[in-house]
Design a protein around this ligand. Sequence first.
Ligand SMILES: NC(=O)c1ccc[n+]([C@@H]2O[C@H](COP(=O)([O-])OP(=O)(O)OC[C@H]3O[C@@H](n4cnc5c(N)ncnc54)[C@H](O)[C@@H]3O)[C@@H](O)[C@H]2O)c1
Ligand SMILES: O=c1ccn([C@@H]2O[C@H](COP(=O)(O)OP(=O)(O)O[C@H]3O[C@H](CO)[C@H](O)[C@H](O)[C@H]3O)[C@@H](O)[C@H]2O)c(=O)[nH]1
Length: 330
Amino acid sequence: MTILVTGGAGYVGSHMAYALVDRGEKVVVLDDLSTGHGELVPSAAKLVKGDIADRKLVSRLIADEGINAIAHFAGSIVVSDSVADPLTYYDNNTVKSRALIETAVAAKVEAFLFSSTAAVYGEPGADLLDEEQNLQPVSPYGWSKLMTEVMLRDSAAAYGLKYAALRYFNVAGADPAGRTGETREHATHLIEIAAQAATGRRNRMEVFGTDYPTPDGTCLRDYIHVTDLIDAHVKALMHLLNGGENFVANCGYGHGFSVLQVVDAIKRVSGVDFRVDMSDRRPGDPPALVADSARVREILGWEPKYDDLDTIVKHALAWEDQLVKGRVKL
Ligand SMILES: NC(=O)c1ccc[n+]([C@@H]2O[C@H](COP(=O)([O-])OP(=O)(O)OC[C@H]3O[C@@H](n4cnc5c(N)ncnc54)[C@H](O)[C@@H]3O)[C@@H](O)[C@H]2O)c1
Ligand SMILES: O=c1ccn([C@@H]2O[C@H](COP(=O)(O)OP(=O)(O)O[C@H]3O[C@H](CO)[C@H](O)[C@H](O)[C@H]3O)[C@@H](O)[C@H]2O)c(=O)[nH]1
């Protein structure tokens, strides 16, 4: 089997590339390296620098490499940037995904996996979010992803495209073998930032908002280890290629941790007591996002292996430590 992994030089996509290579599959990574790093792509995979909307390039890759399936991770991911510059987000996440889907349909690709997000739910009222919640994103990022879900749904109905859209909650941690991890130039994610504070790459961090209607006043999130998330992708791919139904499903564990609980975990696991300042709310942050993960478990028989905050944090710290010590060069 040959899989085209778009965004495979990024955080989540590079873990997928490793997981597929580890299984003995052939992998072609297509990435424009706008936020990704070629060094994160496994050497056994082929890295092609290019844009997902380059129809000529993608059609040629599908034909020449014998691509069976596409795992589409490429995109722009910072919610606040999408508020400041929505058209760029609609272009990169929606318009360019449309081009990629069109190319995939024309080439009769057998399966298409899409990275969606909990941001499609907006500010839900429920404690546990199942997939039938209202879809009312509160950011252009969320809308840009929801529109891609809609294009996939309609392309499945009209052209018979086989697809799965996985709505990730908060992806965290790193490859337990230390081969790849989160390495964005301008970190925004809580665990990466706290890990940078613990390893001395920054001298302080902020907690955004302490007056939310949550037990300790800080936001609750469902942190899923990237390796468990990727296991769901591999299972989803097999499910589709074996004739399983298309589906949309949440990927999370079903329990939330507050910002302060995450910061405590990083301090406990690292043994470093870094400076933490309480700050105002960050615009666009819903108080709580926790997945009802029944559907993904049922459809794929998915069972997480790393559902433990200390383990997630330990792997994130180990990756950050390699970066700090220069053992990984980017
Ligand atoms: N990290 C999370 O917590 C999270 C949560 C929900 C959904 N997601 C989704 O998962 C996917 C991967 O996110 P990530 O955290 O790995 O981000 P990332 O920025 O590390 O990876 C995205 C990759 O896509 C590449 N890329 C961007 N636009 C491209 C284009 N037009 N053509 C080719 N390559 C392009 C980038 O260079 C980068 O390597 C994204 O679609 C994101 O929306 C991530
Ligand atoms: O330095 C920081 C960074 C984050 N936070 C807080 O930590 C929580 C988690 O924030 P992240 O930035 O780590 O993650 P988000 O929940 O904002 O975003 C994640 O989930 C979204 C879905 O809601 C999108 O999919 C997005 O791409 C993905 O990173 C939020 O309450 C945020 O305010 C801090 O207090 N300090």
